[in-house]
Design a protein around this ligand. Structure first.
Ligand code: F6R
Length: 614
């Protein structure tokens, strides 16, 4: 999704803005731009394509010597990627532009506003909803209303939809006004300089201290002061937060891509998520607002998420139902919010999100809460909107995840769900304290099992050379293996652009098997001994139709593997936690295939890291 960065200080804003834009790249974008105050006035440079193109264009135009400016990476929504649709957008009439605006989010009533502004003589140069905001601010800023922050407050009261805004105006060349509704925005606090940004990765090179703007607030950001007002214009006191990780965590550290770095960081992500919650053979959540009483009494558990977070939730649903015998569903957030779900006051809602900002997940959580459910969020980004609005939070301590395709956050989500499953099972009397202790030991050892599994790296790199030329790949599995197959398939398709599908192994023959032909790659997952034979039968069905098969299974698999071209064996772990291991070789396979095909692994086309629009 789009990224915003803004800087106001004594001098040298350009390199800081450019660096901020680079650190927002991971969110996904198709164009970039900067508006800055130079000696010649307010200057905007923007272009379609990569930030490198923007740097070249700025250089060609003689540079931007400035101490204050705003920058943007755009992920197209209204109007395709083009120079004119790129942000910042200028607001003004007849070539007299008074303001420049960058925006994340969607303005739903932009067409209606556009018509009215056109009737007032404004000319539009783009197809975006954002240009409407720029002209609206200009329109309201003229006449008696001269205070930019008050103008922005007035303007946003006329907007429907979501926004994070950065606004600069000709009459205050050292001031940035920021506003937010349903889209994240932080304000970085420096010494004689301050910043605004969509997330802390864009400020961390200058400061670790920041405040979070809440919905409907507006901030006036100057080099020596930051003032935040609520929607009534009253000043509000904000709590200063501190980023807990340092810059190196958001750098590649010698790896070719963030994705492979993050794959290799999974043992640590899981250890950091699990170990603080285990005390003397017992799992404790009380500090996260998730009491034993709440877990004991939950009548139905709704797990909600999107994409990989949902896939983690599907694994979690199976593990919770198996261990705790409580009714549980895993639902796509964008469906949950519109399907009038049956949610009771004794229900527990587990919301999963790496970013903590996913618009559909947030809306679904709000809906579940409104229906009386207790919402616990499994979130990676500290103090993100979902974390702040949930009734309780279980942070996944995976550290910053930069690669668009999630790996370590997904693994950390799985381990958080195992902890919840085991604790529910214990408080409902489904497992004894000895069994809980055994589960804790297993979870304690899980990072080591993941580390062992990662030693298949070279093998997967080799397999990638064999199979990167396939156009279709099917991932098959039953139960937990099907849940893991969903994630494995998503990993492959999103970064390599190879068409892939995950199927419940027994379901394929009900239609989809007609797509299997000579050379189709099938990846079969079989980690549940009770289902080995069933999956082997399904492997035979696809082999009989010409498929090449990679089997991912346990070290002690004793079924018939003679039909499979390749076998990847996983270290021994409790069967119910196998999804944490089976995904590892398949993340690596996806990664190496994408590298082999020359894809932009960390920033796949059309994708965004933090999906803050519906
Ligand atoms: C896939 C991926 C996405 C996210 C999804 C939810 O690799 O990363 O499918 O899992 O967009 O994002 P969060 O977890 O931030 O809510």
């Amino acid at each position: 999704m789009c990224g915003i960065v803004g800087f106001t200080g004594r001098e040298g804003a350009l390199p800081i803005l450019i660096r901020g834009l680079y650190s927002l790249e991971y969110r996904g974008y198709d164009s970039a731009g900067i508006a800055a105050f130079t000696k010649e006035g307010l200057k905007v440079v923007k272009t379609c394509g990569r930030i490198k193109n923007l740097e070249d264009k700025i250089r060609e135009q003689g540079g931007l010597d400035c101490a204050c400016g705003i920058g943007h990476t755009r992920w197209a929504t209204h109007g395709g990627p083009s120079d004119s649709n790129s942000h910042p957008h200028l607001g003004g009439k007849d070539g007299h532009n008074s303001v420049a605006v960058v925006h994340n989010g969607i303005i739903e009533n932009y067409l209606e506003l556009r018509e009215r502004l056109e009737a007032h003589g404004y000319t539009f140069h783009s197809e975006t909803d954002t240009e409407t905001v720029a002209h609206l601010i200009d329109y309201l800023h003229t006449g008696e209303q001269q205070d930019l922050a008050m103008t922005v407050l007035k303007a946003v009261s006329r907007l429907r939809g979501s926004y994070a805004l950065g606004v600069v105006s000709l009459d205050r060349p050292d001031e940035i006004v920021a506003a937010r509704r349903d889209n994240p925005l932080v304000i970085g606090l420096g010494e004689g300089e301050n910043m605004i940004a969509s997330d802390v990765t864009a400020i961390i090179s200058r400061t670790k201290n920041y405040i979070i703007l809440d919905d409907n607030e507006v901030a006036i950001v100057r080099p020596d002061s930051v003032v935040v007002m609520n929607e009534f214009g009253d000043v509000v006191e904000k709590t200063v937060q501190t980023v807990t990780w340092d810059l190196s965590a958001a750098e590649k550290g010698g790896y070719e891509h963030f994705m492979i770095k993050e794959i290799m960081e999974q043992p640590k992500a899981v250890a950091d998520t699990v170990r603080p919650r285990i005390h003397d053979g017992q799992i404790a959540f009380e500090e996260n607002g998730l009491t034993d009483e709440r877990l004991r009494e939950a009548e139905h558990i709704h797990i909600i998420g999107c994409g990989s977070a949902l896939h983690a939730g599907i694994v979690g649903k199976t593990v919770i139902e198996q261990m705790a015998r409580v009714r549980c569903s895993a639902v796509v957030a964008s469906e949950f919010r519109y399907e009038n779900p049956i949610v009771g006051e004794k229900d527990l809602c587990i919301v999963i999100s790496q970013s903590g900002e996913t618009a559909d997940t947030l809306a679904a959580m709000r809906q579940a809460k409104a229906a009386g459910a207790f919402a616990i969020a499994i979130v990676n980004v500290v103090s993100s909107t979902i974390a702040r609005e949930a009734d309780g939070v279980l942070y996944t301590w995976a550290g910053p995840e930069i690669s668009v395709a999630t790996t370590k956050a997904y693994s950390a989500q799985l381990s958080a769900l195992y902890l919840i499953a085991a604790r529910i099972a214990r408080v409902r009397g489904c497992i004894s304290s000895e069994e809980e202790r055994a589960v804790c030991e297993e979870l304690h050892g899980l990072p080591d099992r993941i580390r062992e599994t990662l030693t298949c790296k070279e093998h997967m790199q080799y397999l990638a050379t064999l199979y990167a030329n396939r156009s279709h790949v099917f991932f098959l599995g039953r139960g937990l293996d099907y849940a893991a197959a969903l994630e494995a398939s998503l990993k492959l398709k999103e970064i390599s652009y190879i068409h892939s599908e995950a199927y419940a192994a027994g379901e394929l023959k009900h239609g989809t098997i007609s797509l299997i032909e000579e050379g189709t790659l099938v990846v079969a997952l079989a980690t549940q001994p009770a289902l080995y034979e069933k999956t082997v039968s399904n492997i035979r069905e696809v082999v009989a139709r010409g498929a090449s098969v990679i089997l991912v299974t346990n070290d002690d698999f004793d079924g018939d593997e003679s039909q499979c071209q390749q076998v990847v064996r996983l270290p021994k772990c409790m069967n119910r936690f196998s999804a944490s291991l089976s995904i590892i070789p398949l993340q690596l396979l996806a990664y190496y295939i994408a590298v082999q095909l020359g894809c932009d692994v960390d920033k796949p086309r059309n994708l965004a890291k933090s999906v803050t629009v519906e």
